[in-house]
Design a protein around this ligand. Sequence first.
Ligand code: F6R
Length: 607
Amino acid sequence: MCGIVGILGNEPVAPQLLDALRRLEYRGYDSAGIATLEEGELARRRAPGKLVNLEKELNGTGLAGTTGIGHTRWATHGAPTKTNAHPHQSEGVAVVHNGIIEHFRELRTELTDEGVTFSTETDTEVIAHLISRELVAGSAPRDAVSVVLKRLEGAFALGIIFSGKQDLMIGARRGSPLAVGYGETEMYLGSDAIALAPFTNRVAFLEEGDYVILTRGGADYFDENDKPATRDIHVTQATAYLADKGNHRHFMAKEIAEQPEVIGHTLSEYVDMATHRVRLPEMPFDFAKLTRLTITACGTASYAGLTGKYWFEKFARLPVEVDIASEFRYREAPLPENGLAIVISQSGETADTLAALKYCKEQGQHTLGIVNVRESSIARECDAILPTFAGPEIGVASTKAFTCQLAVLACMAIAAGRARGTLSEEQERELVGALIKVPRHVSEVLRHEDQLEDIAKSICSARDVLYLGRGVNFPIALEGALKLKEISYIHAEGYAAGELKHGPIALIDENVPVVVISPNDELYDKTVSNMQEVAARGGKIVLFTDETGADANGDSTFQTFRIPAAHCFVNPLIYAIPVQLLAYHAAVFMGTDVDQPRNLAKSVTVE
Ligand code: F6R
């Protein structure tokens, strides 16, 4: 979602701000802008659409100033127009904002009644006017911000500069992350360490409720009660991840291709490759004593959670509830004593997942996060984390983070099974042995990408596509459908194969491709029966199966893609790859913006 960057520099900062905004593009946005102090006066350039439009604005009229803030906006209140683009200004102040001010209408009415004229439809503009009102009344910038922060309700991160104050920038955080970067003689503010990566790898993170006063000499932190606070400076790895597509046409293609490596890396953290035993870090709970797991997440991460449910129930005999976080957070679910809440999130910032986590904590659950960004809010809020080692995921559609989440859940399920006495050591070795082979199987699938490209071409003209799966592969059907619709804009739905007869079969005709995800496991025959029902009604079947499955039924399909045979436990990690590639190539054929599909944001920090 919205991205924030701020620089107190020694040279004109507009080019650096633009550069940093480019690195924030992956978060999703639909307009952008920059404000600097030109000889003490606020000056800004803004543009709807992609950064290239802002670049044109800047090339046309320039923007001097060594102090500046920049923003990519993902529209919530008001259309993505130039007027609604940030920074927003009022007398003496310019503000960039990520998040939502929930009661902005009340504040707007209050200010309008005092004679303030609003020029945008955004919630953010109230912040600029509120700060300005304090400044005009004689408050110093820090006092003005402190007063206004106490009036704001909602989730936000802010970057603020003031006319006439070349050596000052204020940042604030409530609900949305904000990082401070330390240069030699410059200081930086950013939504994440990736935005700051080319400038510095020395980064501190604001805690919930903090605000920070930046000057070129350093940063002073204050907590929500205005008490001075100390925030540690970390040396981040973000510079190693300067967004680079390598030889790939899109970040998504690069991230799909990286999966053998990152799954391997993630597994190597949690299993002993030599002994084939799971090796989790010490946990602040005992798997043997857990009464239930509650897994919450959004989108793709929730499908990882659903896959985990099959594994935990089967191998650890542990009851599992899985829910999407936006529903879970409001339904007041009763949670049992000695329950473990698992939240799964690539970004670690998803607002609904964070809220679900807080609810579980309040209900006395143990909490564990499976996150890709270790410095994220969710990571910090959990009792324990098991990070995925996917590296930064830049493409909006999650790919490598998903398979790494599956790898972590698989290891956890084995650990739980061992602790609860439902898996023997021999079974553990068998399952770990199967996991260790996954990177090799994934590489094998990637080698046949050209076939998936052909299949993608053949389904591209469809208006609707159905995905069917059973058992542990049902979540992969859901994931396949989500991937296809979000990046190619072709309507797709995933169903449990057994549900077909309860409604969706009415959709089948010769124009509807049906992607059937069915390795030759114990449910294969049942899924194939459902597949035959589709074929009998003229549906075009695309079967993803292994050699045995293909030999048995490959001739009744429109297309068959053969996948290496593996232990049925690990099939979801392997079958995730063809569904990603199918969606990717369909999107390329459709000519969509693969890495930044319309309307989507990478990090969904508002509910
Ligand atoms: C789909 C996708 C989203 C995310 C969801 C949760 O490809 O990427 O559905 O999975 O927005 O995001 P995180 O994992 O950051 O909480």
